[in-house]
Structure formats: structure tokens, C-alpha cells
Design a protein around this ligand. Structure first.
Ligand code: ZN
Length: 605
């Protein structure tokens, strides 16, 4: 089953697990993810547990006892534990108990047996995928070991090669495939040229004040650097990467889940384990390696269906670094695949057509219309004829005998008075100073575009000197013109109000997308009641030591604020409220709504 992050993937095994007799085994790669899901299930009154290396001995024994006595509907497990000889023996016993008891009781096997096996994050089994985990390979034996138990594999990674590989490796080649739409219309995609990146990030955070966000960086060092700068600027932020101690990682993750930290600056190590539905923005501070990872990481924003932002700070310099790192890799096939993926990533960053169309097209699900909720749709980029400037740059590279890097070429173009230029006599070249009309940044940007478009190449082995490619000749001769998008470094619509994001404003009647109910404009009173319900939720959550969204998600609170239920049955009609939660929290929220409405009436003359 292929479904985007936040699409309701886990429901597809949780509901059958509850309905079918016996226990469902859910294979999950990450301890924190298991804990999160189990907490949420228990809060909803479901008999769920997890088993992994983080459990204390006593707790582990308790879970096994529950498993054997048929007290569980769902058991989450790490693949290495599941595939151990001891566990497999246990599961066989449970599976055969079920057959025996169903013969005795005339088919009633509600208390025992294995309901199903679900393999979550199934792309981890494939080397084609971007997140291969060797411990997943063994899961291929499950079909043979338990031929009578239904097995399902779920992933949010769509690319067709991975898909085929997962099926083959898990012995599910003949299984039906279910694919739901990958589009997440509530996420707004924005790409800006990376320039004074910290300020760009601070602008984004300012637009989402007090909300949860994730910032992705490529290196551990960078996460700490950026988190430090954000903290210095007064943002509640922390770094997260695999180099931190388990205790510190746990602390950051829990504090983020409980809204005690707003922004986590992380390497990709963060996120797989996070199930927080109300992340309002994801920013890629560095260029991701491929669109699959990018899509999955941005998918961690807005899982509750409310408006969310994905911002990519797009630096062609980052692309050049990534390119050279890949080329240093050994295996020629791997290098080819990774370069192909990087080029697609850069293509997305440079797109002058709807971002979502580029993204979904790449993921094999082309969109037939413009999305109306990306930067290109909202503010189409300016394009300009760059032919003349490109020719100047190319001929300057040629005059410099293809022996210098970007910085020096720009110096000569702009007529720099530096000693080096004079000492080499380059102030005598015909191209000296012919580019004084453009800033240094603008020239660098242009030259990077020329590299990316294949007019120039950088000789990585020789200090990254620039060389002309055969394609450059057509441009130099005047047989070809070059149209480029004007670099954009400001966040578009930076002036818009937070509440106006995607609600109302940009998603007007002209756009072709369906506007989900959650995206309509709430009234001021509704916003105030929503804020009030959030504080009620936070108190309840803190008292129980769970993240706020375990109590109720933002979408549920929004609906409460809009409908103002006055009694139990009205509250039950709100999405996200079931019998268990009604019993546990109903009174507190009904009371909060009642008192808010009264105060409001008193305030109105
Ligand atoms: Zn668009």
C-alpha cells in the first residue's frame, strides 16, 4: 500500500487489527514511532503494546504475557526482534493455538491467533529506496513462515523501481496494490534562492510564531550552528542529530512533541520517528539529495490537514558540492543513479512551472492542472533574456584560457582592482570590466546556472576551474538564446498574516483545487476559542505526561471551535472524538466551550 505521509496509512492496518480475531503484528523500524502510535492507540481505548530493546525487563515480560493470553489487538515490533528464533517460535505457537481453538469452538478464535502482519516503512527492504535497512531483508521469509496469515506492506515512498523491488523481496509479487493520491494540497511549496539563509529562515519562523517547525540541514555541525543562531535570535530551538546521546535525542523529541520546543534543527535522522500532526512548517536549509527524501520530509508538515509550509532554500553552490561528493563515490551505477536524482532535485528548485506538478510528475502521479498553492502559482517568476550576460561570462572564461574558478572570473568581469588581476595582466583582456552592471552575487548565480544547464563545467580535480562545453559554442556564436528566471531571495507574500496562509486568500475561486473545509477562513472569535481550547488541551496533556496531540489534534479543536458542541452527542459528532476520549476529556472541553461562550455574551453589549 502506497500512501503519502499523513494519508491515514496506519489506519489501514489498525482497523483490520481491531476487527479481525487475534493479534496484529506491526513491523516498524523506529522505537520512538512505535511508542507514539501505541500511546495514541491506548488513548483511543485500543489494546496495543510494543516490544523492542527499549523496554525494561519487567515490562517486556508483561507484554509477552499479554501476547500469549490474547489480550492484545496490536503488537508493534522491531524487525530484529521479530525475526529472532525465539520470537518466531512464540508466534508459531500462537498461530497454531488459534487453529486448534477454532476447531474446538466451532470457528471462534477471537482470543488467539495472528490477525495479520503489517510491514510499515516497507521501502526499507529495498536497496533502490533511499532508506535501506539490512535488518529488513529477513522479513522476506515471513510469507513462507506464516502462509495463512495476511501480510501487508506499507510505504510512503512512491518511485516505481522501489515499488517493484519491495514486492519481490517480501514475496508479495501477486498481492493487490493500493495507491492513494500523493498530493497533499494543504502544504504550500516555496523555493527561494539561498541568500542570507539565516534571515530567510527567521522570516519563515516569524510568519509561524509559536508554531512547531522542522529545519533540515545536511550535516550535524550545521544543525548545531543553526540551532545556536536561532536560539540567539530568541527562537525556542534545539538541534537533533545521530551524534547526540540517546538521552539528549529523547529529550528534544519529547519536548518538541509537547510543544516545549518550537523548532527542531535536524539532520534527516529526525522525523522518521516523529508522528506529530501539527508541524506547521518544514524548511530545507540545505539542498536535499533527491526528490523522494524531499517529498517525504516535507510530508511531515501539516499531517492534520491544516495549512502548512514547505520552504526550500535553494543554493546552486550546494548542488555543486553535492555533485562533486557523488562523483567521488566508487560504484559507477550508484554514481549514475545518484546524479540522476540530484539533477531532478535541482530541476525542481529551478522550475518555472507549478512546483507540485514537477514533484508529483516525478513521483509518477502527474497533476493535470496547476496547484494554486506553490510559489510559482502564487507569484509566477519573472523571466529575462540572459543571452547577452551569458555570452560575456562564457567569453571571459575563454579569454582566461579556461584556467580559473568562479570567483576570479567574476572579478575580471566586474573589473576588480585586485593585485592578482593586475599582476597577471588580466586588466588588459577585452572582457575586463564588461560586467560592471551586475553585482557579484548576480554573476555567481548566473555562472552556476550556466554550469547547471551544461554550458560550463567545473574541473573538480583542478581547483574547480571553469571550462566551456561544446554546448557553449552555440550560445557564443549567437545561434541560441537563454531565458532564465530572475533569482528570488525574498519569501513571497512575506507580508501575509499567519492566519491568512492558504485559508481564503490564495485559494480563491479561480484556483482549480478543491478547498478542504479545514482551509476556510475562521472568524476572530473562532480563533480565540481555538487558542483557549489549546490551553485546555495542554493542561490535560501535561497532567498525563503525553504530547498535546494525543489528547486531540488541532483539526479536532478547530472543528470544536467552529461548531461549539454543547452536549456529549454533539461532541461525539466532531471528527477525532470517540467514546473513550469523550469519557476521558469530554467534560473538560464542553465546560471550556460553555464558559467561553458565556464570557463572550457578557462582553457583547
Ligand atoms: Zn503550483
Amino acid at each position: 500500500m502506497l500512501m503519502p505521509t499523513g494519508g491515514g496509512k496506519s489506519l489501514c492496518y489498525q482497523i483490520p487489527a481491531i476487527v479481525r480475531p487475534g493479534v496484529a503484528i506491526v513491523v516498524s523500524p523506529l522505537i520512538s514511532l512505535m511508542k507514539d502510535q501505541v500511546d495514541a492507540l491506548r488513548a483511543a481505548g485500543v489494546r496495543a503494546a510494543y516490544y523492542n530493546s527499549s523496554l525494561e525487563a519487567a515490562e517486556a515480560r508483561r507484554v509477552l504475557a499479554q501476547l500469549h493470553s490474547g489480550e492484545l489487538d496490536l503488537l508493534y515490533a522491531a524487525p530484529e526482534w521479530l525475526m529472532s528464533t525465539a520470537t518466531l517460535a512464540r508466534l508459531h505457537e500462537i498461530a497454531s493455538d488459534s487453529q486448534a481453538s477454532s476447531e474446538e469452538n466451532g470457528g471462534d478464535s477471537r482470543t488467539s491467533g495472528i490477525a495479520l502482519i503489517a510491514i510499515d516503512e516497507a521501502h526499507c527492504v529495498s536497496q533502490w529506496g533511499h532508506d535501506f535497512r539490512p535488518e529488513y531483508v529477513q522479513l522476506g521469509q515471513l510469507r513462507e513462515l506464516f502462509p495463512d496469515v495476511p501480510v501487508m506492506a506499507c510505504t510512503a515512498t512512491a518511485d516505481p523501481q522501489t515499488r517493484v523491488d519491495v514486492q519481490a523481496r517480501l514475496g508479495l509479487a501477486d498481492a493487490p496494490i493500493f495507491i492513494t493520491g500523493f498530493d497533499r494540497p494543504n502544504i504550500r511549496y516555496t523555493v527561494v534562492d539561498k541568500h542570507h539563509s539565516l534571515e530567510q529562515l527567521l522570516t519563515l519562523i516569524g510568519l509561524n510564531k509559536g508554531e512547531s517547525g522542522i529545519v533540515y540541514c545536511l550535516s550535524r555541525k550545521r544543525t548545531e550552528e543553526v540551532a545556536g543562531k536561532l536560539a540567539a535570535a530568541g527562537v525556542s530551538a534545539a538541534a537533533y542529530h545521530a551524534g547526540l546521546s540517546a538521552t539528549e535525542r529523547d529529550r528534544v523529541q519529547t519536548a518538541f512533541a509537547r510543544d516545549e520546543i518550537d523548532v527542531v534543527v535536524a539532520t534527516v535522522a529526525f522525523g522518521l520517528g516523529i508522528d506529530k500532526p501539527d508541524v506547521r512548517f518544514v524548511c530545507h536549509y540545505d539542498l536535499p539529495k533527491n526528490l523522494e527524501s524531499y517529498y517525504q520530509e516535507t510530508g511531515r508538515a501539516g499531517r492534520d490537514g491544516l495549512p502548512a509550509e514547505a520552504l526550500l532554500l535553494f543554493g546552486l553552490a550546494d548542488a555543486a558540492v553535492a555533485h562533486s561528493l557523488i562523483e567521488r563515490g566508487g560504484n559507477a551505477d550508484q554514481v549514475r543513479i545518484e546524479l540522476h536524482k540530484l539533477n531532478a532535485m535541482v530541476g525542481f528548485g529551478e522550475a518555472t512551472t507549478c512546483r507540485r506538478r514537477v514533484l508529483l510528475g516525478y513521483l509518477g502521479e502527474p497533476l493535470a492542472h496547476d496547484c494554486g498553492n506553490c510559489d510559482v502559482c502564487l507569484e509566477p517568476p519573472d523571466t529575462y533574456d540572459a543571452t547577452e550576460h551569458a555570452r560575456k561570462a562564457l567569453s571571459c572564461v575563454y579569454r582566461l584560457r579556461q584556467g580559473f574558478g568562479i570567483g576570479y572570473v567574476v572579478d575580471v568581469l566586474r573589473g576588480s582592482g585586485s593585485d592578482k588581476v593586475f599582476a597577471r595582466g588580466h586588466d588588459q583582456l577585452s572582457t575586463y570590466g564588461i560586467g560592471a552592471d551586475l553585482s557579484k552575487d548576480a554573476w555567481q548565480q548566473l555562472i552556476r546556472q550556466l554550469i547547471h544547464r551544461g554550458y560550463l563545467e567545473q574541473d573538480i580535480a583542478r581547483y574547480s576551474v571553469l571550462r566551456l562545453t561544446p554546448a557553449a559554442m552555440a550560445l557564443l556564436r549567437g545561434d541560441e538564446t537563454l531565458v532564465l528566471a530572475r533569482p528570488r531571495v525574498k519569501l513571497p507574500r512575506a507580508e501575509r498574516k499567519r492566519a491568512g496562509r492558504a485559508r481564503g486568500g490564495p485559494l480563491g475561486p479561480d484556483t482549480l483545487v478543491d478547498v478542504p473545509v479545514e482551509l476556510r477562513e475562521p472568524s476572530a472569535a473562532e480563533e480565540r476559542l481555538f487558542a483557549h481550547l489549546r490551553t485546555v488541551r495542554k493542561e490535560l496533556a501535561d497532567r498525563q505526561g503525553v504530547p498535546a496531540y494525543i489528547v486531540f489534534g488541532d483539526a479536532t479543536l478547530r472543528e470544536m471551535a467552529a461548531r461549539r458542541p454543547g452536549a456529549d452527542d454533539e461532541l461525539l459528532a466532531v471528527n477525532g472524538v470517540g467514546e473513550t476520549k469523550l469519557k476521558r476529556y469530554g467534560e473538560a472541553f464542553l465546560e471550556a466551550i460553555r464558559s467561553f461562550t458565556q464570557t463572550e455574551e457578557l462582553d457583547t453589549p
